[in-house]
Design a protein around this ligand. Structure first.
Ligand code: GDP
Ligand code: MG
Length: 609
């Protein structure tokens, strides 16, 4: 296929605007999905994705289409995730495309992620093919929505294609639009090979599979490739396209997208954004890579039963990381929870998805600690340190100017984001209030149309990761949409709260809060723990402190819970059953010193309400 006959495109949209449904349509139309293997939402492969109806990992699929004048085109659909946490995945998928289908739901209109994805596409200079979806809906407002698209997305009314992926209206015009209006790949056929590695995963049978986009030159089985990043050499063992599963082609030409299997041993070697070139055809400079995925939210992951389950958890996490290289993993040792891992995620949804996979696909029960952002702490000697674990956060900050020793902490900075919220005007005030409550600073407000506004706020990421999205949704009856983009660091006043049970500090429960909320938060934690820790055989004190200063405390009186008391007489079996039950209950507890803490107690502290 010469580049003129290749179109690499992606579909971008706000979540639920019909991307997966349209993708299925296109695959059906080009015969990739036939009656037999027709599984709805083909591209959403992972179990979690199917359950949640979201795409986490991008999938790619080749299609062939013959036009009326008899030319056969190769179209590569490169799927992208639709959630803010995965913007990183979106931009790397877009790097293999020349065009995008930009979908807007004909009753929902332009939403926060429509805008975010639109900007990502514009930044990469892609041709935009505007499509208005779900026009079969009663609530469609095609005129209003196309006016919005014209105004906000810089498209012309005549170019907007109204479709329904559900009933099929106009779906047959989508591919002709891509062929006609979409750009062809712009690489050089005669130049030395440059292939962009844009995705990879681990296959039990083949090992590491890399998705590549052949920018210049051609790629063939048997060639020896060099990674521009590691300079390691690899021999290509298999080459092909995804159609929809792996189909061997033995070569990929300029502009094509496909997979390669080479002798890479670990997924870590397949560095997304890397350039591969031929050993016998050196290149002067690699393709522009991507910014590596930066974990924004960290949490500890521990096995419930630290003595017996650590190895199992380790295997499980290692396996998961083979399919999701954006999770950042280090060992963590907690006094309270034993050995575990510190995991960095792109965002809260990413963390949720990871947790769900951990439980579902491998059946390991785990404790995940309160998520935290990465703070930057400045010391008296001018050094700075990134802190992703509350336990490494200083107990106090020095305000004096003189007589400081080098490792006295003097200031803390927290990550901030620019949040874009789109909502109906009538919820405007509630949204503003929520943002202000969460230490936000208003940037600007734009009217999208008569009854919708787009609000920009500068906010600490810490506030966003704690329940912000759910609050926003409930305040606006589900109408508000959110997107955010990281925007550096800002000085702030935060303190670490230490939780102590019977004077013993429980490291896994410590967390970082704004200084002026410390009293309130401390009270809240202590209350929650009091409710959750069932009365023990001894008196239990629960305290919350900043440094060594206790700012909230509670005491639980001693109590002996005798579950067999009710079974007078000689009913031994019943007694035994009850005792067994109690034993089982104990298993779900974590022992801190002499105190048993039920798992719910941890979870309750980790939940904001
Ligand atoms: P995605 O999140 O963008 O991938 O959206 P989906 O393709 O999963 O669609 C979200 C929901 O909208 C699903 O319940 C679809 O059945 C529905 N949907 C998709 N396209 C249409 C359409 O053209 N008309 C109607 N009425 N519903 C649609
Ligand atoms: Mg989808």
């Amino acid at each position: 296929f010469p580049p003129e006959l290749i179109r690499n495109f992606s579909i971008i949209a706000h979540i639920d605007h019909g991307k997966s449904t349209l993708a299925d349509r296109l695959l059906e139309e080009t015969g990739v999905l036939t009656g037999k293997n027709n599984r709805s939402q083909f591209l959403d492969k992972l179990k979690v994705e199917q359950e949640r109806g979201i795409t986490v990992k991008a999938q790619t699929c080749a299609m062939f289409y013959t036009t009326d004048d008899g030319k056969t085109y190769l179209l590569n659909l490169i799927d992208t995730p639709g959630h803010v946490d995965f913007n990183y995945e979106v931009s790397r998928s877009l790097a293999a495309c020349s065009s995008v289908l930009l979908l807007v739901d004909s009753s929902q209109g332009v939403q926060a992620q429509t805008l975010a994805n639109y900007y990502l596409a514009i930044e990469q200079d892609l041709t935009i093919i505007p499509i208005m979806t779900k026009i079969d809906q009663q609530s469609s407002q095609p005129d209003v929505i196309s006016a919005q698209m014209e105004q906000l997305l810089g498209v012309e009314n005549k170019d907007i294609l109204p479709i329904s992926a559900k009933t099929g209206i106009n779906c047959d015009q989508v591919i002709p639009r891509i062929i006609e209006n979409g750009s062809k790949p712009s690489g050089l056929v005669e130049a030395p090979l440059k292939a962009l590695l844009f995705d990879s995963w681990y296959d039990e049978y083949f090992g590491v599979i890399c998705m590549v986009y052949v920018v210049d030159g051609q790629l063939k089985i048997g060639q020896t490739l060099i990674s521009a990043y590691t300079k390691k050499a690899y021999e290509i063992l298999q080459v092909g396209i995804m159609h929809p599963e792996q189909v061997v082609t033995n070569a990929l030409f300029t502009g094509q997208v496909g997979y390669i299997v080479c002798n890479m041993r670990t997924a870590a070697e397949a560095r997304v954004g890397d350039t591969l070139y031929r050993k016998d055809q050196p290149i002067d400079k690699p393709l522009p890579g991507f910014k590596p995925a930066k974990p924004m939210v960290f949490a500890g992951v521990f096995p419930l039963d630290s003595e017996n389950d650590f190895d199992k958890l380790k295997d499980t996490i290692e396996k998961l990381c083979l399919t999701d290289s954006s999770v950042h993993i280090t060992r963590e040792n907690s006094g309270a929870l034993g050995m575990g891992f510190r995991c960095g995620f792109l965002g809260l949804l990413h963390m949720d998805v990871f947790k769900q996979r951990l439980e579902q696909e491998f059946g390991t029960e785990t404790i995940i600690t309160t998520p935290t952002v990465v703070y930057k702490v400045a010391y008296a000697d001018g050094k700075e340190k990134l802190v992703e674990n509350p336990n490494e956060f200083p107990d106090s900050f020095m305000t004096r100017k003189n007589g400081l020793s080098a490792n006295d902490a003097v200031a803390v900075y927290e990550p901030i984001v620019v949040a874009t919220i789109v909502c109906p005007e009538k919820y405007f005030l509630s949204v503003i209030n929520l943002c202000n409550e969460r230490r936000g600073e208003q940037k600007d407000i734009v009217n999208i149309d008569e009854d919708r506004v787009s609000i920009h706020y500068i906010m600490p990421l810490n506030e966003i990761i704690h329940d912000f999205f759910d609050r926003l949704k409930s305040l606006t009856q589900g109408y508000a949409t959110l997107d955010y983009e990281e925007s550096g660091y800002q000085q702030t006043e935060m303190v670490k709260l230490n939780v102590m049970i019977n004077k013993e500090s429980v490291d896994a429960l410590s967390f970082i809060v704004p200084k002026d909320q410390s009293q309130f938060k401390a009270r809240e934690i202590v209350e929650k723990l009091r409710k959750q820790i069932s009365r023990q055989m001894y008196e239990v004190s629960i305290q919350c402190a900043v440094g060594v200063k206790v700012i909230a405390s509670e005491t639980l009186k001693a109590f002996r819970k005798d579950v067999t008391a009710k079974c007078y007489g000689g009913d031994i079996t019943r007694k035994r059953k009850l005792l067994d039950k109690q034993k089982e209950g104990k298993k779900k507890m974590k022992q801190i010193g002499s105190v048993h803490i039920p798992q719910e107690a941890f979870l309750s502290v980790f939940k904001v309400d």
